[in-house]
Design a protein around this ligand. Structure first.
Ligand code: UDP
Ligand code: ZN
Length: 314
């Protein structure tokens, strides 16, 4: 039986917000079992809490943004991917600005920060969401699906009409913290030079630079250090996918396939899963409390979910 996990001690880092361009301090604190991931934004003298779950998503344009009332937290996906992949269920993420710092444009800093904090196993069973029937969302030539599988398996393809990208496919046969740290976490955000002025005009990418983004002109990568891997682009899309799907609130047992994905497609899959209760079961975690995080997304009551959990475990 999986145990829930939090971090062993408080840790902090400071960096620029990719879109707002301002320095932001992020502090991660241990949280009780069954808390989930909660962003805490110090805002106008108040502390506003925003739960990291699919229904809090208010924008998927160029980053994933969560909100509660007027308060927003942007670019949550790389931190969420690190938490999910290191199987950290419960944490409070305090921010003194509107965005999670972009650091080096990947999840590497967050993996290091979480490893420095250490992991604390909590005396509470952890639930997972097991996909039992396929769910699929398509949009022209773009497609995303999830089907039953062992562990969290990802097959991702991107295709850009750009000589430095082209078609790239990458397979994660089973996501573990080691595979994530080695193959996915270091892959950086990328962007096209020709889009920069339009992004600036709309108030985005103000903190973007060659320090935190792989920038492409119409022929090549402009960063002097080049790429970490030729397929760094598809690896970064997988990083975004893991963070976006973590908003289901539980570890995932299923095989995700993506063709030409992006944040909005990832979220459409998360919503489709939530709206298809026949396509999944919650396993592990023996009481209603543990399963309530996902149940709150759906019309199912906690009691019904608990009955299912009992049926699974009997
Ligand atoms: N795109 C593409 N090939 C891909 C994925 C995306 O050409 O494999 C294009 C897509 O058509 C859009 C742009 O990249 O014009 C940004 O895609 P999206 O908004 O989905 O990405 P996000 O920034 O949300 O991750
Ligand atoms: Zn990203």
């Amino acid at each position: 039986m999986r145990q829930q996990r939090t971090i062993a001690e408080k840790v902090s880092c400071t960096g620029l917000g990719l879109h707002c361009g301002m320095p932001v301090e992020l502090t991660l604190r241990p949280a009780r079992a069954n808390t989930g991931v909660v962003f805490v934004r110090r805002f106008a003298g108040e502390r506003v809490e925003i739960r990291a779950r699919a229904r809090a998503v208010c924008s998927t344009s160029h980053a994933t943004t969560l909100s509660s009332g007027r308060v927003r937290v942007s670019t949550v996906e790389h931190l969420l991917a690190a938490l999910h992949s290191l199987q950290i269920d419960n944490v409070r993420a305090e921010l003194d600005g509107p965005e999670v710092p972009v650091m080096e444009g990947s999840a590497l800093s967050f993996v290091r920060l979480l490893n420095a904090a250490g992991i604390y196993r909590q005396n509470a069973p952890g639930a997972s969401i097991r996909i039992v029937r396929p769910v699929e969302v398509s949009d022209g030539d773009r497609l995303i699906s999830i089907e039953p599988g062992h562990g969290f398996q990802i097959s991702y393809a991107v295709e850009f009409a750009h000589p430095a990208i082209g078609r790239q496919e990458f397979e994660v046969p089973r996501l573990t913290s080691e595979v994530f740290a080695r193959e996915i976490a270091p892959a950086r955000t990328f962007g096209f030079l020709e889009e920069v002025h339009e992004l600036w005009r709309t108030g985005l990418a103000r903190g973007g630079s060659l320090e935190n983004t792989v920038v492409l002109d119409d022929r090549r990568v402009l960063n002097p250090e080049g790429l970490l891997w030729p397929d760094e682009f598809v690896r970064h899309k997988i990083l975004d996918l893991i963070g976006d799907l973590s908003l289901l609130g539980l570890p995932i047992q299923g095989h995700v396939r993506v063709e030409r994905g992006g944040h909005s497609l990832h979220h459409r899959l998360a919503r489709a899963v939530i709206e298809s209760p026949e396509a999944w079961r919650i396993i592990g975690g023996v009481d209603g409390l543990v399963t309530s995080r996902l149940a709150r997304h759906t019309s199912r009551s906690v009691g019904e979910t608990s009955d299912e959990v009992r049926a699974q475990n009997s």
